[in-house]
Each structure stands twice: as structure tokens, then as C-alpha cells.
Design a protein around this ligand. Structure first.
Ligand SMILES: [Zn+2]
Ligand SMILES: [Zn+2]
Length: 148
């Protein structure tokens, strides 16, 4: 079994355990997310699966993403006022975002747990989570600039 196949069968097991019905569309949305590293928007997933499921609506894609998020298989990422992006990598990691093309790339860094305990100490909040993003220009966009 490849790493991808392992992730997929684990994800499908989790779906089944949560009592969520696995429809072909839901399966396809999950499959696409597990298979990509681009952190697509719902629209991008819709366009990607349109050919395979011509009768599937964008609303169906949104609904499936919501279900997958509730089960914990998918994370929804909101960057500023742009459309949400979806990530099937639910392990702790951070993102770097290209200012030019909107590309989102994962990177690992020891999770900044101190930030959460410090915030809790200073503000007496009950901390749920924290987010950190790094912004810049991806390699492709740097190249594009040089050509011009
Ligand atoms: Zn870029
Ligand atoms: Zn990610």
C-alpha cells in the first residue's frame, strides 16, 4: 500500500465509523483532496469533478466539504477575504501563501504551543487554537517577474 492508499483507506474507515453515508460524490471530493497538495477552493474542486459528475452542483460540493470537515477529515482555511480553501492534511502544520497567485504551500515547524499558553496566561482566555501564515512570492511568480 502506498502512503496515499493508506491515508485513503484510513479516511474511508473514519467516514464509516462516523456513520456518514459515503456517496460517490463525497468519495470523489475526499479522493481529490487527499490526492492534491494545492489546497483548492470549493469552486476549484467543483470544476475538477465536473466532468466526472456532470449533475453535481456547487452546493453539493459545499455540503460534502462541510460533512468531511465535521468528521475531521478536512480542514477549512480562510485567508483574508478570499474564498475558503480546503486541506486534507489535518496534522499540525503551517502555510505560506503567494501574494501573486494565491498558491498555498504546507510547511512544518514545531507547533508554537508557547504562544497559546502565553496568551492564556496574559488574557485568561480559554484558548482553542492559533493560526500563523507566512506570505510571499512563490518560485513560479518570481520567475514570471524576471521574464518581463
Ligand atoms: Zn505565485
Ligand atoms: Zn495545508
Amino acid at each position: 500500500m502506498t502512503v496515499y492508499e493508506k491515508r485513503e483507506s484510513k479516511a474511508l474507515d473514519l467516514l464509516e465509523e462516523s456513520g456518514v453515508r459515503s456517496t460517490p460524490q463525497r468519495h470523489a471530493v475526499l479522493d481529490y483532496l487527499l490526492n492534491t497538495r494545492v489546497h483548492p477552493t470549493a469552486e476549484e474542486i467543483y470544476r475538477e469533478l465536473e466532468e466526472k459528475f456532470p449533475h453535481m452542483s456547487l452546493t453539493t460540493v459545499y455540503n460534502n466539504l462541510r460533512v468531511l470537515r465535521e468528521v475531521g477529515l478536512v480542514r477549512e482555511l480562510a485567508f483574508g477575504n478570499l474564498s475558503s480553501r480546503f486541506d486534507s492534511n489535518t496534522t499540525d502544520h503551517y502555510h505560506i501563501i503567494c501574494d501573486e497567485c494565491g498558491k498555498v504551500v504546507d510547511f512544518n515547524y514545531p507547533i508554537l504551543n508557547e504562544v497559546e499558553s502565553l496568551a492564556r496566561q496574559l488574557t485568561r482566555f480559554e484558548v482553542s487554537y492559533h493560526r500563523m501564515e507566512v506570505y510571499g512570492k512563490c518560485e513560479g511568480c518570481q520567475g514570471y517577474r524576471k521574464v518581463q
